[in-house]
Ligand binder design. Sequence first.
Ligand code: ADP
Ligand code: MG
Ligand code: ZN
Length: 624
Amino acid sequence: KCVEVNYIEGANDKRWSSENFLWTKKLEVNNKKVFGNHSFRPNQREVINATMSGYDVFVLMPTGGGKSLTYQYIVDYIGMLRWFISLDAGFLVLPALICPGITLVISPLVSLIQDQIMHLLQANIPAAYLSANMEWTEQQEILRELSSDYFKYKLLYVTPEKVAKSDVLLRQLESLHARELLARIVIDEAHCVSQWGHDFRPDYQGLGILKQKFQNTPVLALTATATASVKEDVVQALVEFVTHCRHYRYSVIPKTKKCLDDIDKFLKENHFDECGIIYCLSRMDCEKVAEKLQECGHKAAFYHGTMDPAQRAFVQKQWSKDEINIICATVAFGMGINKPDVRFVIHHSLPKSIEGYHQECGRAGRDGQRASCVLYYSYSDYIRVKHMISQGAIEQSPLPSGYNRFNIANSGRILETNTENLLRMVSYCENDVDCRRLLQLIHFGEKFDSANCKKTCDNCLKIKSFIEKDVTDITKQLVELVKLTGQQFSSSHILEVYRGSLSQFVKKHRHETLCLHGAGKHLAKGEASRILRHLVTEDFLMEDVKKSDLYGSVSSVLKVNESKAKNLLFGGRTIILRFPSHVKPFKLGKSEATPAKGSLTSGKPSPPQIGTPVQPQPEVDLHM
Ligand code: ADP
Ligand code: MG
Ligand code: ZN
């Protein structure tokens, strides 16, 4: 599918299809006469109209789709437009030579450049290129030509290395820009800027300097191979002039009652007096967190949707000017923030989706210095967020325009999608094995070799190796247990019973007499809960959330999703999970380990044997 994305106005905006632009007629003539084409290919017209209108445009079109022509067609008209404006229009169209303006094209390979120049010269369009392996005198000549106001070139091709290394070139570009002769900046193969991409080139990262220096010059970024995260990087690096690669450290930390003390300590140890954002779930949380941090000696303030706009603007300004360091905010805070030195993004509660999380983290480290992305996670936050979503009580981040997310009319579907997104986020947090980067990218449908993480996420840092375990029997028992207890208890109660607790509450409900009581005795608490939560994130079990009292606290009971669970109980489905191998003491079926008192599905008592690596991998769950 061919997608043309205009960074500012959103994909497929009808207005760019119009044939009533000032340049439309001339454009079509040029397409035919100069290039010998009969019509435009899909989206060519839209790209041209948007860039000609002065917008920054990100173009994703397949190879051979005609991307190069979108900027080559128009070289004559840039000058023309200038004349229309400066001479009050109405004059005859002036020949290109009288009104020169040059398009700077950055392309990664000299061979590609040479090929393009050849085609351009054949079409009588004067073009030149500069590269490091050219004769110095030859380069000098081109640069000298460009210092004349009547230079002949319509396009100047350069390699990214040239931009990075040549001060002479930069000065020449500055001079062109000052003379209003720099028409536009084209970045071909723009995916090279992203480390998520397949073709990362460090020198592309430096191209952000162009937008920084020439802010009003339109950028046209072209690629045939951008995934969502690559696109985000391209836009941030080349359009929003974030000039360096990001150095993130991702981690997920269990959230306890001492969470605020933990945050305080983390900040004092790692980021004292540095700038950052703490994302909170509710308005009240924002205020609470800010207050606590102030008490601990941090310069913090809160920011959320119910403050009046002037107040919000004031806080944001204080933060931008470093008068305060920490902003405790709902996701309402974020769009259009371009502070380069944000050193940390902390999530005090579970984000609503991986996309949101990715985007919120993206506000840190834009200057290329190290930044921390820390997420405090507790399963009970999942229950809380789930409830808030169902009540529509959650603050939404302002959508970047151009994201057509959901059809508003179809709110049932929105709720479903939101719930799915949230579950994926839970799954991400519950996973303490796989590389965080890998897990994020899987969500965007991409691949990532976790070796490239270089231990910059918590999971890569702590784990030397992992082990795959067949947990099918355990999952079956847990589902059975939820049924046996009548689908009216919380997940923590189910875990207690499964692990053989003899607490008052267990006794009160006579759960110690159930055949599965203690069937999971040999499992560590964390392991058992991870498996149970996996059942929730995979939708075999569901959390049924209710408001439990007047003060707004919520409670939740586990229910069985019958249709899916059937597949697990009787469908011969295997579930394999990865566990860090250092967690080892997953006691192998030792004699003291209580065997399951009865496996309800097969009839024969079979203690779940975990701890042995599993060879066949019918369905390796990356826990996502
Ligand atoms: P891309 O850069 O997207 O891979 P190019 O711009 O190099 O693609 O174009 C690929 C080929 O398609 C070129 O040979 C070009 O001449 C041809 N082409 C581009 N636009 C048109 C068009 N509107 N009509 C016919 N041919 C076109
Ligand atoms: Mg191309
Ligand atoms: Zn990693």
